[in-house]
Design a protein around this ligand. Structure first.
Ligand code: GLA
Length: 392
């Protein structure tokens, strides 16, 4: 893996310098979708796919970015003094945003560097390739410039980049899973307090299968922001009588009692999803602790149903995959993961059935949608970090 990256680094930047190597994973979310900006629980895990960054410092103020995933963009060259968002810098705006916000929060990033990125997360698949780029950038800037930020600071700066620099009002789940993920564990995170627990994911007889719809995701960011606004409007209605800060501060029972306060029927359905999904995420951890995978799978199925009916972020591609998967022998549960509108679904599948499940989903999906899905087995990897300071 590293050898071709090192030689590409030297070719692209015409240098003999030995770069340092860093890695940040992508993430899946087991359950707890669209709850993170509603003060609820999420249950994500970092995966072994992710983004590599090879970097070496320069003496001057120039920064050169190159991504092997976007060769058509070429080398993006900037000066440390001009870090503002620029459409023509394309993907490089993510690392630029990290540099700008780390500096504005006190990091002394005083000279430039050359950096090469390579990601093996399928592009645009909803496995958080952008948060992975942000976090790998955060960890190498911290290492290079010896800043005092801890991993949580980098996570929060990553979220700020999405919200204030890129313009997507996302929650903190993706950066958190990538920045504090742990091998073979999922993170049960309370997004209202940022308290979290690691739950071991020990599945000797099952695989977590990731199924990519391969659907092109258009208008994804604007629809995401719209969902968030609808939740905020539902919250404002509830706040007329309830002293709450977030939708997920109330239980499903309380929701049923006060739902009539929410005037817009669409907003009401969005709120219902968030509040019930939060409850499912709390229950999912309990079921996992009791090794009741069957019940965990049923909660996943119910989550998908709610994201389809109430939150309306699935679409025919994700529905075909999740609903076909749910009917297959050996599948305990299946649901979309991440923001939705395309992207990936996940399924918990008995190992002995995994091949047949893929064959069946592929056949039904291709017939209905007109192109094939892609399958990956998820391995839960470790958080963003430096992986080597030598040439391998
Ligand atoms: C995207 C966002 C997250 C979260 C999910 C939905 O991945 O980046 O913050 O809101 O969608 O759960």
């Amino acid at each position: 893996m590293n050898e071709p990256l090192h030689s590409t680094f030297k070719d692209i930047f015409a240098t003999d310098k030995e770069p340092l190597t860093f890695f940040a994973p992508g993430r899946i979310n087991l359950i707890g979708e669209h709850t993170d900006y509603n003060g609820g629980y999420v249950f994500p895990a970092s995966i072994s796919f992710g983004t590599y960054a090879l970097v070496s410092q320069r003496e001057d103020q120039t920064i050169r970015f190159y991504s092997m995933n976007f060769p058509e963009v070429g080398v993006v060259t900037i000066d440390l003094a001009t870090l503002d968002y620029d459409t023509k810098h394309n993907w490089a705006n993510y690392p630029k945003g990290m540099i700008q916000f780390m500096r504005s929060q006190g990091a002394s990033i005083s000279n430039g560097f050359d950096v090469l990125y390579y990601g093996n997360i399928p592009n645009g698949a909803g496995l958080s390739s952008s948060a992975s780029i942000e976090m790998v950038t955060g960890v190498f800037l911290k290492a290079l410039f010896d800043t005092s930020f801890n991993q949580l600071d980098l996570i929060q700066i990553g979220q700020r980049v999405e919200n204030e620099y890129i313009g997507v009002n996302s929650g903190i789940m993706d950066q958190f899973a990538i920045g504090l993920g742990k091998q073979d564990h999922a993170i049960h995170l309370d997004t209202s307090t940022l308290n979290y627990d690691y739950a071991p994911i020990h599945l000797p007889e099952h695989h977590i299968l990731i199924i990519n719809t391969n659907k092109e995701r258009t208008l994804h960011d604007s629809k995401y922001n719209e969902r968030r606004e609808q939740c905020e409007s539902a919250l404002q209605d509830l706040q007329k009588e309830l002293q709450i800060q977030h939708l997920c501060d109330i239980t499903p029972e309380e929701f049923e009692r006060y739902a009539s306060l929410i005037t817009n029927p669409v907003d009401k359905r969005r709120a219902r999803h968030a509040i019930y999904e939060n409850q499912r995420t709390i229950e999912a951890l309990e079921q996992l602790k009791q090794h009741n995978l069957q019940a965990f799978g049923e909660l996943m199925n119910a989550s998908h149903q709610s994201l389809k009916e109430d939150y309306e972020v699935t679409g025919i591609e994700l529905d075909t995959i999740a609903e076909t998967a749910q009917k297959q022998p050996g599948v305990l549960g299946a649901r979309m993961t991440g923001a939705g509108f395309g992207g990936c679904a996940i399924a918990i599948v008995e190992k002995e059935h995994v091949q047949q499940v893929q064959t069946n989903i592929q056949q039904i999906y291709s017939e209905k949608i007109g192109y094939k899905p892609t399958f990956y087995i998820a391995n839960i990897g470790d958080q963003a970090k430096q992986i080597s300071n030598e040439v391998i």
